[in-house]
Design a protein around this ligand. Structure first.
Ligand code: MN
Length: 322
């Protein structure tokens, strides 16, 4: 039966598929995209019974396509840690491993399923999703040294970085290509050791963009939060997500907002709650028409320039009250 692997283009999605295909190599069609492009299952054809593996994409955002595929006779194996909606499909051809605890990610769920067979890849996934404590704990438990642990973290961060952009054209590597290059390594540490692997150019690109990102001006700051502003350029769209994580890690008691100039002459906003108080981001974003997200990380798709000052006020007030 024809098989489709459908996965988020970030570190967690790619690293999850790597683990599954290392243990069970099979020909498959790959469907993936930029990190925010999560409604991916609608791209799987529904005119023939297929088998599908879905990784690291919210079932709630793919439910219609899932139901259509199941009705067409396809079977789906769904592994994920995002919101799944009100209920899971009740169908004999649907199997799911879904956990939404904030301390897990898809790569860790796969690791559990495979009895930790490719655990270094799972650690890469966890670092990619910024689950640094969990990832470091796993690395220590299996006896990795500090350098090895740092290398897994760097790879996870760089893979995650590669997935950010408005479109595939913004990215350095199409996530499917990055997967094909990385699946050749049973241990991600070997990829880093290999001087001719994708690691070197990917990491160099990450460092270049991050240097620009960390140099971006702070445009508003208080005791509880700060905001930086990025221009409307491909590097900004690539670096905004990992820059948010990096700034949050550097200032764990403050909320972070990244304002990216967009093509609609306004801003796209990404908000991270303080690492030490991971609540309230979605409440703040929800005060604006195109805002939404999760408690720890949320965003506003379109903020007009005239709303920037009101946004700053709300940002600073929001975490001074909790
Ligand atoms: Mn994930």
């Amino acid at each position: 039966m024809v098989h489709f692997d459908v996965f988020n283009g970030d570190a967690d999605g790619i690293g999850s598929l790597i683990q599954l295909r290392l243990i069970n190599p099979r020909q498959s069609s790959l469907i993936t995209g930029v990190k925010r492009d999560i409604a991916l299952l609608k791209h799987v054809p529904i005119n023939a019974p297929l088998s599908v593996t879905a990784l690291d994409i919210s079932l709630a955002k793919n439910r219609e396509a899932v139901d259509a595929l199941l009705s067409a006779g396809s079977s789906i194996d769904y592994i994920d840690h995002h919101a799944f909606g009100d209920s899971l499909p009740d169908h004999p051809s649907f199997s799911a491993q879904i956990e939404t605890a904030p301390t897990t990610c898809t790569g860790l769920l796969v690791n559990h399923r495979l009895n930790r067979r490719f655990e270094n890849w799972a650690i890469v996934c966890a670092f990619g999703d910024n689950l640094n404590q969990v990832a470091t704990g796993l690395a220590q438990a299996k006896g990795l040294n500090v350098l090895q642990t740092e290398n897994l973290q760097k790879l996870g961060v760089a893979m995650n970085y590669n997935a950010y952009g408005s479109t595939i054209e913004d990215l350095h590597y199409h996530p499917a290509d990055l997967y094909r290059k990385l699946v050749n390594y049973a241990d991600p540490l070997d990829c880093i050791e290999d001087g001719s692997s994708v690691w070197k150019p990917l990491h160099r690109a990450y460092l270049e963009d991050m240097e620009k990102g960390l140099g971006a001006p702070v445009v508003s700051e208080s005791e509880t939060a700060f905001a930086v502003e990025l221009p409307d350029e491909a590097w900004s769209r690539r670096v905004s997500g990992v820059l948010g994580n990096e700034l949050a890690n550097q200032s764990p008691d403050k909320a972070v907002a990244i304002l990216s100039h967009n093509a609609q002459s306004g801003y796209t906003i990404s908000i991270r709650a303080p690492l030490n108080n991971r609540h309230g981001a979605s409440d703040l974003a929800g005060q604006f028409p195109t805002g939404g997200g999760r408690a720890a990380a949320a965003g506003i798709n379109q903020l007009d320039s005239s709303d920037v000052e009101p946004f700053f006020k709300a940002l600073h007030r929001h975490w001074s009250m909790v």
